[in-house]
Design a protein around this ligand. Structure first.
Ligand code: R5P
Length: 291
């Protein structure tokens, strides 16, 4: 029987005070169910609406590329500074301590390597994503690639169908084929197609006219860092993207190939969450690097 000793009547009903309604902090997610919102809130900080995702899934295409030879030595020490980790299931299971308690954006498709062109595209079994307790699934979209556009759109569609069934958001990753022009028209098209096909987050690249890419995309846009740049340029890139509406970064090489990766991710974090100007962020980077 329940313990009825000292059972107290409620007397604090806030009569006359309207129930607090809270607008959701992630673009386009207002009408999603609770589980989806919970997962998105693990990725996007509810205070800023932004995220610093640390991408280290490159090995699934590139093998042990520079900075990712030993994930345990180079990436694990950075985890504490990231809002979300983007990686493959192979690395997650073997290298990432489950006790880190960071949300995972799981690379959920595969189909190529640096030795070949895209030659197929397969999608993870949703049950494995559930087993890994991921907060999002990342799926590539190859817009403009005559051979693989339809295949990758079909995979995104399937991922969204399955993710929706279990409350797992999907991030559409816009791949850029060699023949594509990396401009706002192309990234705007690819991002919008990703969102229209159900992606809850879009990952794309910064470009001139980026604010139009963001404006026309009904879900949050995060940018990839791309090839390694000098730290100052990478921080400028982040600042411009955030100022023009990006909801964060999903950055890899410009962090883990930096001369001081821990200092770099903290500087990126300050740009993303505190709008720190690039000059100040570079000062912060240098200060942390020399500690
Ligand atoms: C893209 O599909 C890859 O999976 C990487 O996660 C992405 O390119 C981000 O890494 P980076 O900042 O090095 O470009």
């Amino acid at each position: 029987m329940a313990d009825l000793d000292d059972l107290r009547e409620g007397n604090n009903f806030g009569l006359g005070i309207a129930t607090t309604g809270n607008r959701f902090h992630v673009k386009g997610a207002e009408h999603l169910p609770w589980g989806m919102k919970d997962r998105l809130s693990r990725i996007f900080n509810p205070k800023t609406g932004r995220t610093v995702m640390l991408a280290f899934d490159h090995g699934f295409i590139m093998g042990p590329t520079s900075g990712l030879e030993r994930i345990d030595l180079t990436i694990v020490p950075l985890i504490e500074y990231a809002d979300c980790l983007m990686c493959t299931r192979g690395i997650l299971r073997t290298m990432i301590p489950p006790s880190t308690n960071k949300p995972i954006c799981l690379r959920s498709d595969a189909g190529t390597s640096i030795l070949t062109e895209l030659n197929d595209n397969v999608l993870i079994d949703i049950e494995d994503a559930i087993r890994l307790n991921v907060s999002a699934m990342a799926v590539m979209l190859s817009i403009g690639d005559a051979a693989y556009e339809a295949k990758t759109i079909a995979n995104l569609y399937r991922a969204v169908d399955r993710g929706t069934r279990y409350g797992i958001p999907v991030m559409g990753v816009t791949a850029v084929g060699k023949d594509m022009v990396r401009d706002a028209r192309y990234f705007g098209l690819a991002s919008r197609i990703a969102a229209e096909n159900g992606a809850n987050i879009v990952k794309t690249y910064y470009c001139d006219g980026f604010e139009k890419v963001v404006a026309a995309c009904p879900v949050p846009v995060v940018i990839a860092g791309g090839k390694k740049l000098p730290e100052q340029e990478a921080l400028e890139l982040c600042y411009k993207a955030i100022s023009e509406g990006a909801s964060g970064v999903d950055m890899g090489r410009n962090v883990f190939q930096s001369e001081a990766p821990a200092a770099m991710i903290q500087a990126v974090h300050a740009v993303v969450h505190e709008n720190l100007k690039p000059e100040m962020a570079l000062e912060l980077f240098n200060e942390l690097k020399n500690k």
